[in-house]
Design a protein. Sequence first.
Length: 84
Amino acid sequence: MTPYAGRPGRSSPPNPHTLVADPGTCRWTRGVSDSHLLAIGVFETTAVAYLLHPEHGATGCTPGTYLVRRQREFEGRGARLVAD
């Protein structure tokens, strides 16, 4: 494991999410886009898969297709991507 060295202007490590599924039951595709330019990938699962996060635990995902997008928040008159 490589320690997090940090990025200028950022005091904490990236916000990790991990997709976990039984072998052969889940497929991840990065080549997607949406009209809001927030999509980072799609996963399709034929069995329950779990999205893990160290701060808020696991979320079970039933069989289906899911679009994974970045989060944004509005600030004044504009919006910015959430990076924490």
